[in-house]
Design a protein around this ligand. Structure first.
Ligand code: HEC
Length: 319
């Protein structure tokens, strides 16, 4: 991997939109390329081994693919809300590839955008990863898990299992340094993380406590039968630290996007020689049961009222 680090901005002034290859040890980039300036972009053609694309607005991905060398790799970590058109020839002729969350091409990309809530990875302390230590970010990239913050599932799990875990330490450090340099933003749908949700704190590993009665009776009952053995009532997670739910953004998202997805599809990835596994419950449970479970998980581990409806679950199933 090239040790030269560049950042891309759409205009010379606009902040908050960066595309850049990983950097080795400096926090700031070696250069800034203005992506709307054709001469600057042309000067960079075929010169990058690796581009990390964190832009979540619609953008011309082909302009960046053209900057890759033969066999170069563009990893998309931003999640634009519309599909990105990709020209085949720049990919074919130079064997360039997408990886990370774009594994599989456009249909999967669309699917991913439809079902997956990609979280804020800016330096924002409350809503992004600003409070994570370097070691936590590095561990998340390499092992798909940052204790007390997140476990990767879905497309991010695939990115970890298929590519990020194989990065060497230097490359991981580069990615961390790059992510640190993304300006803080609260984002459109900021998620407030409750690190001390009352119900989970009132529970022990083996016994629930503090749940608000009848509203969550069905969810509690289902969780007891199907989930508590792995996740534990106090959220610590048994068997593997990956199953720890406390402090994760998934359970703090009142729309329950990733929570519903995890319940419907399960998780199955192989990282660092270990299987990280959660069975799928989509076949066993009805839409009403899954929404009850999701709202229970959000209440118990996120300390807030979830608003997942059976209709939402039905929609997710059909994606
Ligand atoms: C066999 C053990 C096991 C069982 C049973 C299990 N899980 Fe999991 N679950 C895991 C593991 C491991 C992870 C972490 C996977 C990862 O790396 O994302 C996980 C992740 C999750 C997540 C986090 C998803 C995210 O993106 O934040 C939620 C929510 C969840 N499980 C809910 C449930 C619910 C609800 C049930 C019961 C219907 C359940 N789990 C049953 C092992 C299990």
């Amino acid at each position: 991997m090239s040790a030269v680090v560049s950042k891309f901005r759409r205009t010379s002034r606009e902040a908050g939109e960066y595309l850049g290859p990983a950097q080795v040890n400096a926090v700031s980039a070696h250069e800034v390329v203005v992506s709307k300036d054709e001469a600057q972009m042309a000067a960079q053609a075929n010169s990058f081994d690796f581009i990390l694309d964190a832009v979540s607005a619609s953008h011309d991905i082909n302009a960046y693919l053209n900057l890759l060398k033969r066999d170069g790799n563009l990893v998309l970590v931003g999640a634009p809300d519309k599909p990105l058109p990709v020209a085949a020839f720049p990919l074919i002729f130079r064997r360039r590839s997408f990886s990370g969350s774009l594994i599989g091409g456009l249909p999967e990309t669309q699917e991913m955008l439809d079902f997956c809530g990609a979280h804020n990875i800016t330096a924002d302390v409350a809503h992004g990863i600003g409070s994570w230590t370097d070691a936590e970010i590095a561990g998340y990239l390499k092992f798909g898990h940052a204790p007390g913050h997140a476990s990767a599932a879905g497309p991010m799990g695939e990115a970890v299992a298929h590519s990020l875990q194989f990065l060497n330490d230097e490359d991981v450090a580069s990615l961390v340094a790059y992510l640190r340099s993304v300006p803080a933003q609260a984002g459109k749908q900021p998620i407030e993380i409750d690190f001390k949700p009352a119900p989970a704190l009132a529970s022990t590993d083996a016994m629930p406590g503090g749940d608000s009665g009848s509203a969550h009776a069905q969810g509690l009952q289902l969780f007891e039968g199907a989930c508590a053995s792995c996740h534990q009532w106090n959220g610590e997670g048994q068997q593997t630290p990956y199953a720890s739910l406390l402090g994760t953004r998934g359970v703090n998202d009142v729309n329950g996007v990733n929570v519903t997805q995890a319940i419907l599809q399960g998780v199955n990835m192989r990282v660092a020689g270990n299987n990280v596994f959660m069975p799928e419950f989509g076949t066993a449970y009805s839409d009403a049961e899954i929404s009850a479970l999701a709202n229970y998980v959000i209440a118990h581990f996120g300390g807030k009222q979830g608003n997942v409806t059976p209709d939402d679950v039905a929609k997710r199933r059909s994606l």
